[in-house]
Design a protein around this ligand. Structure first.
Ligand code: AHG
Ligand code: MN
Ligand code: MN
Ligand code: MN
Length: 332
């Protein structure tokens, strides 16, 4: 029986590496882990609980909110509020950041940007969904958090992670010292270390893109897709197309096997569809820490200076050699 290591044990063990070692960060990750287990419970019985289907409201994105979007959002905000380590949460599901200053968290140091339920279109059809989050240190020293505390470049994240509610439920995160994956053992209700020090292969054979938008893509993307589909023994082409439609699940598969995810800007999404602050930045941090690359086709995702909380970006993310190839075609 191999000795297992829980997320809590791992964080404490690694805490010495973390510059803000006084335990606040450990408690913050613990709070996120607790909410993840609660959301996982509902995801696993979605068909039985009254938790599938539409919540009957639109969110700021102009999307019809699913019940699970609202439920997950409530659970993560509640966990962060009670944990006391986070001063403000910026969520996909709310137009404005939510201050969670309270007696418990009056000198909380962390800012969390979160997509509480990623892949909403997959909820009702039992396909993997996820949660994805970024963690920053507040830059202001006291009082209510400001927009400057939130609109920080991705390169300033102190941590980022995702939970994928799939055939098993995994939490994958980085604090800038590599990437580690934990699988939820439901029999003990703990996330246990299952994928230490994840590294993404520099070259893969999987490309993930919604080819239904092909005709709206930039020419360089069209050329890259044709490149993937050409026959070439030396480079192992044609590659394999895999697209789940949940960013977290597509990124997770490519992280483990190698591959590239593309969500280009297009004539219908001039700035791309994915949101910088709580989708592109966290997955970019994780993929870079695993040895991969993430760009908007021109610049490093983590170098983009945000101006709006819900701003969107094109995203090309995964095995370094594959992202390089896409950039080559885009810059022709
Ligand atoms: P969300 O469900 O949080 O709104 O995110 C959905 C995103 C992302 O998960 C996925 O990669 C992308 O939308 C899929 O978009 P298309 O359905 O347009 O391919
Ligand atoms: Mn959404
Ligand atoms: Mn999402
Ligand atoms: Mn979402």
């Amino acid at each position: 029986m191999t000795a297992f290591k829980t997320l809590g044990q791992f964080i404490i063990e690694k805490q010495a590496d973390f510059p803000y070692a006084k335990g606040e960060f450990s408690r913050l990750l613990r709070d996120i882990g607790i909410a993840a287990k609660i959301v996982n419970r509902e995801v696993n019985k979605a068909g039985l609980a009254d938790i599938i289907g539409s919540a009957g409201k639109m969110n700021i994105q102009g999307e019809g909110q699913q019940k699970l979007d609202v439920y997950a959002d409530e659970q993560f905000i509640a966990a962060l509020r009670s944990g006391g380590e986070c001063c403000v949460v910026a969520s996909e599901e709310h137009e404005n950041p939510i201050s969670i200053q309270s007696e418990v968290s009056k000198n909380a140091k962390y800012v969390v940007c979160i997509d509480p339920l990623d892949g909403s279109s997959n909820i009702d059809v039992n396909v993997s969904v996820g949660t994805v989050f970024s963690i920053y240190r507040r830059t202001s020293t006291s009082g209510e958090a400001t927009s400057a505390d939130i609109l920080q470049k991705g390169a300033l994240q102190v941590a980022a992670g995702y939970i994928v509610y799939g055939s098993s439920t995994m939490l994958v995160y980085t604090t800038g010292r590599g990437v580690n994956g934990f699988t939820l053992d439901p029999s003990i209700g703990e996330f246990c270390l299952s994928h230490p020090d994840i590294k993404i292969p520099t070259q893969g054979r999987i490309y993930s893109v919604n080819e239904g938008n092909y005709r709206k893509f930039p020419e360089g993307v069209k050329k890259y897709i044709k490149y993937c589909e050409e026959e070439d023994n030396e480079t192992g082409r044609p590659y394999t197309a895999r697209y789940i439609g949940s960013l977290v699940a597509d990124i997770h598969r490519n992280l483990l096997l190698g591959g590239v995810f593309l969500y280009p800007n297009s004539s219908s999404h001039t700035n791309g569809k994915l949101r910088l602050m709580y989708e592109a930045n966290p997955v970019a941090f994780i993929v870079e820490q695993a040895g991969g690359k993430a760009s908007d086709g021109v610049q490093r995702i983590l170098d983009i200076t945000p101006t709006e909380l819900h701003q969107r970006t094109a995203l090309y993310c995964g095995s370094t050699d594959m992202v390089d190839k896409i950039e080559e075609y885009l810059q022709e």
